[in-house]
Each structure stands twice: as structure tokens, then as C-alpha cells.
Design a binder for this molecule. Structure first.
Ligand code: PBG
Length: 332
């Protein structure tokens, strides 16, 4: 046998007719969930660090819902945006019966029952200090009181379910939050409402543009006392995911996405639950900025990132690119 005959030739499978047959990763619009920022009234405003992403007034939601349905998206996830004067230390706007997210859910589910509506369950968009829980003064400065926060998160999730949310998605990174929310939902008659847990959520600089969008940057300190350290080993991710699994989460999420592909991949198949990834605001901003500069082919770079997340193990992906990506996928 000559050397040439013995040579392995991976390129044989890269012909136009074979590439689609041997491709394993599939991505379609139904895998994508669109995050939406919702405010009470006023005009729709573009988020300056996220060109193409808007804060929508309630009245503007039906138009977006139509687009999401036409695009065939998996669903939307709602985040409330409040003026500073409507916030308070306990984040009452998060669990108010007539809160902006509760009203948005009601409106969407009434007009678009076939649209899957998720609600982000957290306090940071509603607290005047911008932290995800109840803040107290301790000997070493401020801290977020874990157990005092659980009740508020449970109330938030319950009020979202009462408003008609199809899924609640706790993102505060308080220990025991999934259990507290599950109990409150079950007691309140919402045993059928699933929990998508932001189980593995890192203290990330990539949330910067989101905090501008939601006006939810902490007024002091940072979130490293409750969100995960990017330098922590895989044990931390496994522990967080295992706890949320035991506490009754129905779906588990890793966030951010692209910088944590290793974590996503390590979790895949370890828990008998669907795994999600959140391509966060900073990931969107990087891609968008490079695209606007003409430095990247936006469509190819975005789809490649989303393929990577699916390949690493994500069932569903939360991404600000959901509508554009759906359009690109349909054209392809
Ligand atoms: C609420 C929450 C945040 C994000 C999702 N839910 C902000 C944060 O933790 O600071 C970030 C999403 C993004 O950056 O796109 N806690």
C-alpha cells in the first residue's frame, strides 16, 4: 500500500452533497428564545450598548409578539424596566400584581396564547440598590441576605404564574431559590408551571449592556457574593446544577454562553433535564459592534456562535439575536 492510498482524507466528506448529511448540529428558530425589556409607557427606546435591542412600552409588545410567532421562535422571556423612583429596597415592583412584567404577561397571553412566555424571576431590576436580594449592613460592609430574599423571589414567581407565565426563570443566585419557588407555586395552585433555573450563572462582565438596558447596575459593590467566580472549578457548576436539579428545576441554564462552552458541555447529559444557554448582552454587543464596524460577517459569526452552543449541549438558547437568526435560518 502506498502512502497516498493509506492517507486519511477528511475532505472527502466536505463536498456540497455530503456536508448536510454528516452535519450533526441542527439549529432552527424554535430553539431560540428572545429576551424582551418591557417598560410601562412612553416610546420604544434603543439600548445604546445594544444596537437593535429596545426597551418596549407595553403598547408595543403585540407587534414584537407577532414577529416572534411569525419567525417561529421557541418563546420570549420578559425583563421589567422601572424608573428609579419606582424602585425600593425590597423590590416590590417585582411581585406587584400590576407590575410591568405581570401586565406584560397578561397582555401577551390574552392576545397570543400560542406564544410561550417566560418571566425572569429576580429583584435587581426592581431594587433601588440594584442587588438581587435584600441588602443588609454587616461587619465587612453590605451583604445580600439569602434567606430573607427567598420569600420575595417566591412571591415574584407566584405573581408571574398568576399573571399567566408559561415558565418562570429564577436568576438571583440565592441558595434554595428553586425549592422556595417550587413550594410557592405548588401551594398556590401552579404545580404545572415549570422552572427554568439559571443554575450556573457566573459573575460576569458580559452582563454590562443588560444592566444599562434594565437600568439595574448595582449602586455599590458587585454581585460576586452570590454569582459564581469564573475561576472556580467545574465542581461549582456541578454543585449548582445538582442542587437545582434536586430542588425541582425542570430545565437548567448556563450563563453566559460562549465563554463557558466547557461548562455547558460538561453538564450535558449529566442531569435528566433539558439544558439551556444564555447568550448574554455583552456577547450580543461584541458581535454587533464588530459587525457595525465591518470587521465581522455578522450573519456567519452569529450563526456559528449559535451552532457552537448547540454542539456543546444546549437544547435552547436565549439570545438577543433570536429574530435575526431566525430570519437567516429561514433564508438558508
Ligand atoms: C437578573 C439578570 C441579569 C441577566 C439576566 N437576568 C443581570 C445580572 O445578573 O446582572 C443578564 C442578561 C444579559 O446580560 O443579557 N439578575
Amino acid at each position: 500500500m502506498s502512502i497516498v492510498e493509506a492517507m486519511e482524507r477528511p475532505r472527502r466528506l466536505r463536498s456540497p452533497l455530503l456536508r448536510p448529511l454528516v452535519a450533526e448540529v441542527e439549529l432552527s428558530p424554535k430553539h431560540l428564545v428572545l429576551p424582551l425589556f418591557v417598560k410601562e409607557g412612553g416610546e420604544k427606546e434603543e439600548v445604546s450598548s445594544m444596537p437593535g435591542v429596545f426597551r418596549h412600552p407595553l403598547a408595543g409588545l403585540p407587534r414584537v409578539a407577532e414577529e416572534a410567532l411569525e419567525a417561529g421562535l421557541g418563546g420570549v422571556i420578559l425583563f421589567g424596566v422601572l424608573p428609579q423612583e419606582a424602585k425600593d429596597p425590597l423590590g416590590r415592583g417585582a411581585y406587584a400584581e400590576d407590575g410591568v412584567v405581570q401586565r406584560a404577561i397578561g397582555l401577551l397571553k390574552r392576545e397570543f396564547p400560542e406564544l410561550l412566555v417566560m418571566a425572569d424571576t429576580c429583584l435587581c431590576e426592581y431594587t433601588d440598590h440594584g442587588h438581587c436580594g435584600v441588602v443588609r449592613e454587616g461587619p465587612l460592609g453590605f451583604y445580600v441576605d439569602n434567606d430573607a430574599t427567598l420569600d420575595l423571589l417566591a412571591r415574584t414567581a407566584l405573581s408571574q404564574a398568576q399573571a399567566g407565565a408559561d415558565v418562570v426563570a429564577p436568576s438571583a443566585m440565592m441558595d434554595g431559590q428553586v425549592r422556595a419557588i417550587r413550594e410557592a407555586l405548588d401551594r398556590g395552585g401552579f404545580a404545572h408551571v415549570p422552572i427554568l433555573s439559571y443554575a450556573v450563572k457566573y459573575a460576569s462582565a458580559f452582563y454590562g449592556p443588560f444592566r444599562e438596558a434594565a437600568q439595574s447596575a448595582p449602586g455599590f459593590g458587585d454581585r460576586s457574593g452570590y454569582q459564581m467566580d469564573p475561576r472556580a472549578g467545574l465542581w461549582d457548576a456541578l454543585r449548582e446544577a445538582a442542587l437545582d436539579d434536586l430542588e425541582g428545576a425542570d430545565m437548567l441554564m448556563v450563563k453566559p454562553a460562549l465563554p463557558y462552552l466547557d461548562v455547558l458541555h460538561a453538564l450535558k447529559g449529566r442531569f435528566p433535564k433539558p439544558l439551556f444557554a444564555y447568550q448574554v448582552s455583552g456577547e450580543y454587543a461584541m458581535l454587533k459592534a464588530a459587525a457595525l464596524k465591518g470587521w465581522l460577517d455578522e450573519r456567519r459569526a452569529v450563526l456559528e456562535s449559535l451552532f457552537a452552543l448547540r454542539r456543546a449541549g444546549a437544547q435552547g438558547i436565549l439570545t438577543y439575536y433570536a429574530l435575526e437568526a431566525a430570519r437567516w435560518l429561514q433564508e438558508a
